[in-house]
Structure formats: structure tokens, C-alpha cells
Design a protein around this ligand. Structure first.
Ligand SMILES: NC(=O)C1=CN([C@@H]2O[C@H](COP(=O)(O)OP(=O)(O)OC[C@H]3O[C@@H](n4cnc5c(N)ncnc54)[C@H](OP(=O)(O)O)[C@@H]3O)[C@@H](O)[C@H]2O)C=CC1
Ligand SMILES: O=C(CO)COP(=O)(O)O
Length: 424
């Protein structure tokens, strides 16, 4: 399947003209043969010094099918063990890449893509995406999710100029990776609700067309969850298509607002290891567990609004001690404060928030119930409980309380600090 990216670059009812940098998106068996053709005699032939960034696992998964491409490139195989998109990985690439590289090929999943786009952005060379697993929606985005000085940050970066997603490669990735991709998408229910609520409460910029695109991605995956889970090639292609749509949604907005909010903020908190140790879990696995925790909290708030037990109160920072104790002990307090200043909640009046409560309730009522979401994730073999990712119940409350501090982006989880909920 060829996705016509130009379809997404147009003046929009939101008032903006969305920019799309990616020129060619192919999702099909044999896509890497097309890439080879383009490199030898097509639109990519002008690049004479390409660099492949991959790791031990993704090299092994692509070695045979991409042999001809590897023959014409410098191939940098990073050690997959403990690999993160951080300064250490960037240094290894910088120390080993040839000086005259004019194109980067990212051959891997989310981490390899973030390392590649960060380097591509810094060295002002274009990059090409070759996803090796349908494990997340970070292939065509313009932002890189990096761990910098211990803090998980999303930094402006570049989108690939082309994507060659070869079904013969990504549909054969371990099932756990495919399930993580489904998780990353199912969690969009939460961030889309958060975006709508932020728009309602603060008038934050909002784009209905982008939301529709994310909803299309969600629907595409929901309708074929069983077949994707069984590794059916056509259905895995649909999953990759949906992940790419979600990436395009981020590209249209220029940041990850359509694809990440409270559920990702919980994940970022876990990645910073301030309330837990290192977790042996994929990004998507953490995201689906976090999405279920946040969903439960949001349904609790909606029920309290319906029953007249929830009212707005003036904002007071009740988390200062906990912040100092957790982020402080890892020396991350100043970084976290920088991210959150000025405090967004101080700009919201309780009177205004009180008037928004029914609107918030309506948005939350549109979300699937916790049971429906749990069963969907279960059907797809996704992670669902804190135990699935090596945590226990004691992590739940501090996670929900501290997650909003990891990013400035407004969520209902952060707004709930101005809600007085009684009588449970
Ligand atoms: N920029 C953005 O917008 C986004 C960024 N992200 C970021 O992406 C990262 C997570 O990416 P994710 O894709 O979940 O995971 P990783 O990129 O960390 O990859 C997970 C594992 O899959 C292995 N792998 C990939 N393809 C294959 C294959 N075909 N066969 C066997 N093993 C394979 C990888 O091996 P190896 O390590 O060898 O590659 C790695 O061990 C996070 O840091 C997250 O924040 C996520 C979504 C959006
Ligand atoms: O993971 C992402 C979307 O799935 C990107 O989100 P962040 O910008 O919060 O890292």
C-alpha cells in the first residue's frame, strides 16, 4: 500500500496549514527492494554516502533482505543491550560515522528511529525510515523522544523523507513487539480526551481533523485485533498503516499533542526511575498499563461529577514534599521545575473550571469503560496491570500524582489537582 502523504498537507478547518515533510510511504511486502531501486537508479541515487543505523536485533532481522542496500552503505550496528535514545548512543554514532554522510537509514523500531532523527536533525541530512517492528507510532513524527540528563524529553527533530515498511520484515517481528504497537494506539483514547478537555478548559489550540485521523487509526486496529495478534500479514500491514497515521497526526501538529498526554506522562515518570527501578518492559507495554490506570481515574472523576460530588477548588500545590523526595533524590528537581514553570493551573479560575465540569464529564463518558478497554487489550495480548511490567500496587498512587509534572502539557490528571471529590 502506498500512503499519499500529500493528502494530509492542506489548509485545515482548524485555521492552520499542516506541513508534511515525508514524500513517500510504502507499506508492503518487498518495500526494501523498492528502496534499493530508488537508491541505485531512482530519486535517492544522488546520495552517495548513506549511513545505516541499526542494532544487533534489527540487523539480524533485515540482513538477508537488505544485503544489497547494506553493501552500498556504511552500516553502524549498535549494541541492542540497554540501548536508549540518549547522549551515550548519540556519541557512539558520532564517533563512528564517516564525515561525509549525506543520508541516514533508520533500520529498527522506536529507539533506533529517535537516535537517527536526532542525528539527522543535528547534521542536517535527510533520513529514511525502515521500520522493523510495528511496535509504536514513532516512525514519521517530527519529534525525538530522548532521555537527556536523566529526564525523558521530547525534542524538536525531523521527519523521514520516505518510509519503506516491508511486511516481510515487520510482520515477522516477535509478537510482543506487535502487541506493544497495538497498546500504543489503544492508549490514544486517553490523550485525545485530554486534548479535548484542555481545549475546553483553556482554549488550547485543537484540530478536529487530526483527532479524526487518530480515531481512524484506532478504528483500523480495533476492527482487526484478533488477526493482527495471530500475525496475519495483511492485518499487520493495517497496524503499521495505523501507526503511520498516528505519526502523521503528530507531524501535522508539529508535536506529539495528538498522541501523548497523561498515559504517556505516567510512562515518562517510570522511565525516569524516580519511584521505581529499571523496568523490563517495552514502551507500548508501559503505555497500555498507564492508560488503564488513567482511565479508571477519569471514570471516577466523571462519576463524581454526575453525582454532584465533584467541585472545582482553587489550586494549591500539595505535592511539593513528594516532588522534592522523588525527583530531588535523583537530582532532577530543577529540570522538572523548568518543564513546569509557570504553573498552568494557576491560570485557571475555579469558577471557570466549575462551569466546564459537565463538558469534561461528557468527554469522559465517550471513552470506553475500563472493562471494555481491559478486554480489548487482553484480546491483543497487551500488558494490562502494573504486575505485567514489574511494578506493584504501591506504584499506582504516586504515579498518578507525579506524572503531570513530567511534562507541561495539560491533562485531566493535572486539572484534577483543582477538583474536590467527596463521599466515595
Ligand atoms: N518520537 C516519537 O514520536 C515516539 C517515540 N517513541 C519512543 O520509542 C521508544 C520505544 O520504541 P519501541 O519501538 O517500543 O522499542 P525499541 O525501539 O526500544 O525496540 C524494542 C526492541 O525490539 C527489537 N526489535 C525491533 N525490531 C525487531 C525485529 N524485527 N526482530 C527482533 N527484534 C526487533 C529491538 O531490538 P534493538 O534494540 O536491537 O532494536 C528492541 O530490543 C521509546 O523511547 C519511546 O519514547 C515512541 C513513540 C513515538
Ligand atoms: O510516544 C509518543 C507517542 O506515542 C511520543 O510522546 P512524547 O512526546 O510524550 O514522548
Amino acid at each position: 500500500m502506498r500512503v499519499d502523504a500529500d493528502d494530509f498537507a492542506r489548509p485545515c478547518s482548524c485555521g492552520r496549514e499542516h506541513q508534511i515533510a515525508v514524500k513517500e510511504i510504502l507499506i508492503e511486502a518487498g518495500a526494501v527492494e523498492k528502496l534499493e531501486e530508488e537508491m541505485s537508479e531512482g530519486m535517492l541515487r544522488e546520495y552517495i554516502s548513506p549511513l545505516v543505523i541499526c542494532d544487533t536485533n534489527t540487523y539480524a532481522a533485515t540482513e538477508e533482505l537488505m544485503e544489497d542496500i547494506y553493501d552500498r552503505c556504511q552500516v553502524l550496528v549498535l549494541d541492542a543491550e540497554g540501548l536508549q535514545a540518549d547522549r551515550h548512543a548519540i556519541k557512539i554514532v558520532e564517533n563512528n560515522m564517516e564525515e561525509d554522510i549525506d543520508l541516514i537509514l533508520a533500520v529498527g523500531a522506536g529507539t533506533i528511529h529517535d537516535i537517527s532523527r536526532y542525528i539527522a536533525h543535528n547534521y542536517k541530512v535527510p533520513f529514511i525510515s525502515v521500520p522493523t517492528a510495528a511496535s509504536g507510532d514513532g516512525f514519521v513524527t517530527t519529534v525525538a523522544a530522548m532521555t537527556l540528563d536523566g529526564v525523558k524529553k521530547t525534542v524538536p527533530s525531523v521527519a523521514p523523507i520516505c518510509v519503506y515498511a516491508d511486511t516481510d520484515i515487520f510482520s515477522k517481528a516477535p509478537q510482543r513487539l506487535t502487541a506493544a504497537g497495538i497498546s500504543d494506539l489503544m492508549a490514544k483514547y486517553i490523550c485525545l480526551a485530554d486534548w479535548k478537555i484542555a481545549n475546553l478548559v483553556t482554549g488550547e489550540y485543537f484540530c478536529r481533523e487530526t483527532v479524526k485521523l487518530e480515531e481512524k487509526a484506532l478504528k483500523t486496529v480495533k476492527s482487526s485485533i484478533q488477526d493482527i495478534t495471530e500475525g496475519e500479514e495483511d492485518e499487520c500491514e493495517q497496524l503499521m498503516y495505523a501507526l503511520i497515521l498516528s505519526g502523521l497526526a503528530m507531524q501535522m501538529i508539529g508535536n506529539s499533542r495528538p498522541a501523548s498526554c497523561a498515559e504517556h506522562q505516567v510512562t515518562h515518570l517510570w522511565d525516569m526511575e524516580v519511584i521505581n527501578g529499571p523496568l523490563d518492559a517495552l514502551h507500548g507495554e508501559k503505555v497500555s498499563v498507564a492508560a488503564l490506570l488513567v482511565l479508571e481515574e477519569y471514570k471516577r472523576i466523571a462519576a463524581a461529577i454526575t453525582q454532584g460530588r465533584c467541585h472545582a477548588k482553587p489550586y494549591e500545590n500539595e505535592d511539593e514534599e513528594l516532588l522534592k523526595e522523588t525527583f530531588g533524590k535523583k537530582g532532577l528537581l530543577e529540570e522538572i521545575r523548568k518543564e513546569n514553570e509557570p504553573e498552568l493551573l494557576e491560570t485557571i479560575s475555579p469558577q471557570h473550571l466549575e462551569k466546564c465540569l459537565n463538558g469534561i464529564e461528557e468527554i469522559i463518558d465517550e471513552l470506553p469503560s475500563e472493562q471494555t478497554m481491559f478486554h480489548l487489550l487482553e484480546k491483543a495480548g497487551c500488558a494490562k496491570t502494573v504486575y505485567d511490567i514489574g511494578l506493584d500496587e504501591s506504584a499506582v498512587l504516586p504515579s498518578l500524582r507525579l506524572a503531570p509534572y513530567t511534562r507541561r502539557r495539560l491533562s485531566l490528571l493535572r486539572i484534577s489537582k483543582m477538583l474536590d471529590i467527596r463521599g466515595e
